[in-house]
Design a protein around this ligand. Structure first.
Ligand code: RFL
Ligand code: PHB
Length: 389
């Protein structure tokens, strides 16, 4: 078996793994990144769309925000639609900050291109890698390509391998998990259609939640809350568009998104998960490997970016000068932001979705909650602070 050595072995070429590898490179620290899937697959995976203010700054400062600033859509507000009326939350006026609507796969594309241009050691199509010896001084990562086994011995291993990777199981019994599973999923589509709105619309309707988002002036991104038992085959194009028109209703009248060819569709279950701590020995977890948030708060990718920003600094201090403080406090510092995002995402999810066991009382309380958010500057500011990041 071929054995190599590196200061930092990274699993996963999502936003977390690629950005970590890039940030370490900027600090003069080498790493090897191992990704299970091929590059085309990773770059085509459609997911997040909202980059919060702070995360956009991290990308900019790392020199990988140029295309995001050129092609991303800068938004200063969102609409909350309920009871047949729309209410704008003027986030930029309330906070002085804004969000950028820019697809996660574009960020992954920009990061991958930059790593490769910089000569970074990023290995795609390795199949699922395994993690060993995290409690020892010489942890390692193994993977096999075409029947040939590879072993990378590292000073530190960072699992940025998402919710279903090798990082979570490698934590073993040191992990305490906190989880909440919602009884619904989001059906998401991308369509070749000019968005009918300039800003995102989060709609609470008695038939369920809907979200109007976008990727560009000619590509619309839309989501529908559906029961977690639904399958994609249950939803024809016609049924999707008709349901969207009902859930976005204004003044009791259906309100149609501009229709167009649907070229991507997927189902995503809604859940919250946090694993504590985010470190075991020489293994560190970052991004979805450590936590999941329901997408209603648009926080998942942003947390991944914040985790690796902390971790890159801490690893750099440790490797350069032996200073241990940053790594020792990584879990506590990261978890503070994680739980804040868990709280906000839970709050948005429960306020905006329809729950099957809702009584008339629950529905009326939900509407009262939405009214107080749009009717009070203090509430709208709190939402904006959390959302804009
Ligand atoms: P990723 O992106 O899942 O990347 C993990 C990578 O690891 C690879 N992998 C392995 N590689 C090697 N060895 C193994 N054993 C491996 N196991 C797995 C995988 O192939 C993959 O390439 O994790 P990362 O980098 O932590 O990034 C997290 C984000 O992807 C995620 O939080 C967001 O997409 C969540 N999310 C949103 N976040 C936002 O900040 N704003 C949004 O607007 C937003 N909208 C969303 C979302 C997620 C959604 N879905 C599909 C769950 C909307 C949706 C619908
Ligand atoms: C998206 O554009 O994909 C998106 C926007 C806002 C969310 C989740 C996803 O809360």
């Amino acid at each position: 078996m071929a054995t190599e050595r590196t200061p930092v072995a990274i699993l996963g070429a999502g936003p977390a793994g690629l950005l970590l590898s890039h940030l370490l490179h900027l600090n003069g620290i080498e790493s090897i990144l191992v990704e299970a899937r091929d590059r085309e697959y990773v770059q085509a995976r459609v997911r997040a769309g909202v980059v919060e203010h702070g995360a956009a700054d991290i990308l900019r400062q790392a020199g990988v925000g140029e295309r995001m600033d050129r092609e991303g859509l800068r938004h200063g507000g969102i609409e909350l639609r309920f009871d047949g009326a729309g209410h704008r939350i003027a986030m930029s006026d309330l906070t002085g900050r804004h969000i950028t609507v820019y697809g996660q796969q574009e960020i992954v594309h920009d990061l991958a291109e930059r790593r490769i241009a910089d000569g970074g050691d990023v290995r795609f199509a390795c199949g699922p890698a395994a993690i060993h010896g995290v409690d020892s001084a010489e942890p390692s990562v193994t993977y096999a390509v075409d029947g040939v086994e590879h072993r990378i011995v590292a000073d530190f291993v960072v699992a940025c391998d998402g919710a279903h990777g090798a990082g979570r199981p490698a934590m073993g019994e040191s992990l305490t998990t906190f989880e909440k599973v919602y009884p619904f999923a989001w059906l998401g589509i991308l369509a070749h259609a000019a968005p009918r709105v300039d800003e995102l619309v989060y709609a609470n309707h008695e038939r369920g939640f809907a979200l109007y988002s976008m990727r560009s002036p000619s590509v619309t991104r839309l989501y529908l809350q559906v029961p977690s038992t639904d399958r994609l085959e249950d939803w024809s194009d016609e049924r999707i568009w008709d349901e969207l028109a009902v859930r976005f209703s204004l003044d009791g009248e259906p309100w149609e998104p501009t229709r167009g060819e649907i070229f991507e569709r997927s189902l995503a279950p809604l859940r919250s998960y946090v694993g504590e701590p985010m470190q075991r020995g020489r293994l560190f977890l970052a991004g979805d490997a450590a936590h999941t948030v329901p997408p209603t708060g648009a926080k998942g990718m942003n947390l991944a970016i914040r985790d690796v920003d902390l971790l890159a600094r801490a690893l750099t201090e440790q490797i350069r000068s032996g200073a241990e403080e940053g790594l020792r406090t990584y879990t506590d510092r990261a978890l503070r932001a994680v739980w804040r995002a868990e709280y906000f995402s839970w709050w948005m999810t429960t306020m905006l979705h329809r729950f099957d066991d809702d009584s008339g009382f629950d529905r009326r309380v939900q509407t009262a909650q939405l009214r107080s958010v749009v009717g009070s500057e203090a509430h709208a500011t709190a939402l904006s602070e959390n959302y804009v990041g």
